[in-house]
Design a protein around this ligand. Structure first.
Ligand code: TNX
Length: 529
């Protein structure tokens, strides 16, 4: 079918595209057999995208957005799309139930089974744009692709001149991994609700589906806990460098969770323990073994604090906190940290986790934690997040043998807070410098020696905020590396090709300029200007 559509010399490209298509669904196609990316500008690369040469569809003042009749979730995706398109096009773009082949249609019927739970099919013909999926998440992913097919200025918040033309194409697309994450450290420096929403909007464009919020650390406690109010009243009152800090009320946190959910992103809250707890210890003297609260901490050292493992109150505290966080969080996972517990002995760490892991389950959630928490033998359902600098990690292989799936955030690849090079003003360099190609060129499915590909749940790009104070800083470190990690999480390995990726990445810059995203113009990327 794909082949029969081809004609003349274009047929050759189609034949290759069809090969890639076959490769993506199982047959062995070596990476070098991948075709010229038929549509150059989509990040993450779709599983297959076959151009319809000479075909285009142009939005007009009469265009409507039809959504699956009877599906409020599909309607919400339609409203999201209209929200992107209306300001720049100036068109009304009513969102109405329907199933027309004309206009833009977002339908939950008729999709190829291969799209699965998060994939979609996108057909742009001369008549209109048809997105089909089995879920609203799939429709949302298709809408992100459609945005990238439109001119960059479609992202503008004010009316622009058209034409709003979409190239003819047939896309079949679905993710490689279930977990495609971004982590934001709001503890070292606090980020306002609006700043976090801005980041959510940016990551959604690249089909990221998890936002891990690092809510607590030595320097600050950022989520209101009603049963322990001093955590935020005192523990939220400063940050690295001694600034005013801040925290989210429970209402604000719920608003963030809902904002993310509307973009098909699940929030994973992290309460880091037993280390990284100075803000809590400083707020409640009774949590300290000696009963003396330490002063607030505004430096950037790690590994000096620990909850008091022997005290009962420690577990009442953790129980209360996890109860409240679980009640506010619709997602399945609670992240309990566990990293750099250098002030906790190994036996104490075990004891602590043995008491805390059941509390996560008691509140109906599944635990995830930094990879050190495998020391305590968490249940197979628990998800270790690997942040090491080596590719030899027998503890991760052993966890996989016990049935755990691993999220990969290797610090040398996925840490967005590492400097790009020696001249980068922001960021740290303890794991080395990470330019865009370093961030992109690794295969999550074959990264840790001996870890079976099926044991990888996905990838996540953490952004620690010791050196980052506002959205401009954050974006400078996240762009363009976040899209690189997002592509590793979404795109099949058969599409992996730095030479092609860097060209697709360069094309994103027009969009970032329109969106006001501050990015690092890495010399590795052939920017157009
Ligand atoms: C290590 S990665 C940490 C964080 C720091 C980060 C800085 C991890 C689980 N812990 O506490 O912020 O390095 O890059």
């Amino acid at each position: 079918m794909l082949l029969s559509e081809g004609a003349g010399r274009r047929g050759f490209g189609r034949a290759l595209a069809a090969l890639l298509f076959v490769g993506a669904v199982g047959a062995a196609v070596p990476a070098h057999a991948a075709p010229e990316t038929p549509l150059p500008h989509i990040v993450p690369a779709p599983v297959t995208a076959t151009p319809r040469p000479g075909v285009t569809f142009t939005l007009s003042a009469d265009t409507r957005i039809h959504t699956q009749p009877g599906s409020p979730a599909a309607k919400r995706v339609g409203e999201f799309l209209a929200g992107v398109l209306r300001p720049s096009t100036g068109y009304r773009l009513p969102v109405v139930p329907g199933a027309s082949g004309r206009h833009i249609s977002l339908l939950l019927v008729g999709a190829d089974a291969r799209v699965g739970e998060e994939g979609y099919q996108l057909d742009v013909t001369g008549r209109g744009v048809l997105v089909r999926a089995r879920t609203a998440a799939g429709l949302f992913a298709g809408v992100q692709t459609l945005r990238q097919l439109l001119p960059a200025k479609v992202e503008a918040k004010t009316k622009q001149r058209g034409p709003w033309t979409v190239p003819g194409v047939r896309v079949l697309d679905y993710p490689r991994y279930a977990h495609r994450g971004a982590m934001l450290d709001v503890a070292r420096h606090f980020f306002s609700v609006d700043e976090v929403k801005r980041y959510i909007d940016q990551i959604a464009l690249y089909k990221v589906n998890r936002l891990h919020l690092h809510l607590t650390d030595d320097q600050g406690w950022r989520l209101e806990i009603k049963s322990w109010p001093n955590l935020t009243a005192h523990g939220g009152s400063t940050e690295v460098g001694g600034g005013p800090g801040g925290f989210y009320t429970q209402e604000q946190y719920k608003d963030l969770v809902a904002y993310a959910a509307a973009r098909h992103i699940t929030v994973i809250p992290e309460i880091d323990m037993p280390g990284h707890t100075n803000a809590a210890l400083s707020s409640y003297p009774e949590l300290n073994c000696d009963g003396v609260a330490p002063p607030p901490y505004t430096g950037i050292e790690v590994g000096f604090s620990s909850l008091c493992i022997d005290k009962d109150i420690t577990y009442r505290f953790v129980d209360d906190v996890l109860r409240e966080v679980a009640a506010l969080t619709p997602g399945q996972y609670l992240h309990i940290g566990g990293d750099e517990a250098h002030a906790t002995t190994d036996p104490d760490f075990d004891l602590f986790m043995d008491k805390v892991l059941p509390l996560v389950a008691k509140h109906g959630k599944t635990a995830t934690g930094w990879h050190e928490f495998v020391k305590a033998g968490p249940p197979a359902s628990a998800v270790p997040q690997f942040w090491g600098t080596k590719t030899v990690a027998p503890d991760m292989v052993a966890a996989a043998e016990r049935g755990s799936e691993i999220v990969l955030s290797p610090a040398t690849k996925a840490y967005l807070d590492m400097k790009y090079d020696a001249d980068t003003k922001l960021g740290l360099s303890w794991a080395g410098y990470t330019d865009v190609q370093d961030a992109y060129d690794w295969n999550p499915g074959a990264y840790i020696e001996g870890l079976p590909a099926e044991a990888v749940r996905g990838v996540e790009a953490p952004l620690w905020s010791e050196t980052v104070t506002d959205s401009a800083d954050l974006e400078f470190l996240a762009f363009p590396r976040l899209p690189a990690i997002a592509e590793l999480g979404w795109s099949p390995w058969s599409t992996h090709d730095w030479e092609k990726f860097k060209v697709r990445l360069a094309a994103q810059a027009d969009r970032w300029d329109v969106m006001g995203v501050n990015y690092y113009a890495s010399p590795q990327v052939p920017w157009k200007k």
